[in-house]
Write a new protein. Structure first.
Ligand code: SF4
Length: 289
């Protein structure tokens, strides 16, 4: 048997970004529409945008400011759900280029807190677009990369605000908060993990012994998908854990299960989840443990 672990599929921030992209196509039929980076971290979503005629720009290895200066008034630029530095908008305004902001409200709220703080320790994943943008929101931000030891000697305040990327693991964040408190007792903690991410992690942790297989569906580029996968591996050592991005991954890697659960990252379309579920159900004769 296969069950879906809820909440599942797109979160409200992703739904909003996709609606904005579709609306932009209707409003600007005569312009070339670009998404500046990945609208959300999912290949199926990128393909859907392709089919609408929206060009997704891969920003890997390119200077974003130089690329922004190449747009002209025949273009419309959509900024992604993860947020972007303020200077991106300034450059397009100067050039008279239309831009649309699909940044998730939850991410915007986080940026506004950072803007108002004196000194900030920002906990996030290096090179993630949300973290990159957050680091530009205040001149006194110290970056706590979740994959590196943090240098406390560089913090020039006794009571910095500690804030984080919205898609981290809540268990990982708890540990980091404890470590920071031990080093900076007056640090002010603000937990900005969004509910769409948190509820999925909590549901995953609560799985009981009857479940023998967990399938996480989503992209390896998606922060919250990878956090779900890592949490599943760490908290359920006796279960089989798989990470699939598309139904092709199931075909390439046949699995055996008795009671499986499918969970997904917030950027994963329901279509992909249902395709994987249906494929596995159709192939239970082959796949049964
Ligand atoms: S995961 Fe959370 S912060 Fe990110 S787009 Fe979805 S609702 Fe917004």
């Amino acid at each position: 048997m296969i069950k879906l672990l809820k909440p599942i599929g797109h979160c409200y921030g992703v739904v909003n970004a996709l609606n904005i992209a579709k609306q932009t196509v209707k409003e600007y039929p005569d312009k070339t529409i670009y998404v500046f980076g990945l609208l959300v971290h999912n290949e199926e979503v990128r393909k859907e945008l392709d089919s609408l005629g929206i060009i997704t720009l891969d920003l890997k290895g390119i200077d974003p400011l130089a690329r922004l200066r190449e747009f002209n008034q025949d273009d419309v630029v959509i900024f992604t759900a993860h947020g972007h530095p303020d200077i991106y908008e300034s450059i397009l305004k100067e050039r008279g280029v239309t831009f649309i902001d699909s940044t998730c409200k939850r991410v915007k709220d986080c940026f506004n807190i950072i803007r108002k703080a004196n000194h900030v320790i920002y906990i996030g994943k290096k090179d993630h677009p949300e973290a990159n943008a957050a680091l530009t929101m205040n001149n006194n931000v110290y970056f706590y990369d979740i994959n590196e030891p943090f240098d406390y000697s560089k913090v020039k305040a006794s009571d910095p605000l500690v804030i984080n990327q919205t898609t981290l693991s809540f268990l990982e964040l708890k540990k980091i908060h404890e470590e920071i408190k031990n080093n900076i007792p007056n640090a002010i903690m603000v937990d900005e993990i969004c509910n769409a991410t948190l509820l999925r992690q909590q549901a995953l942790l609560a799985l009981n012994e009857e479940v023998d297989t967990i399938i996480i569906v989503g992209s390896k580029k998606s922060s919250n998908t990878m956090k779900l996968y890592e949490l599943a591996v760490a908290s359920h050592p006796n279960k089989q854990i798989y990470l699939f991005e598309s139904v092709q991954d199931c075909i390439d890697k046949p699995i055996k299960y008795t009671n499986a659960v499918i969970a997904s990252g917030t950027s994963t379309p329901m279509k992909t989840i249902n395709q994987i579920k249906e494929y596995l159900e159709r192939n239970t004769g082959y796949g049964k443990r």
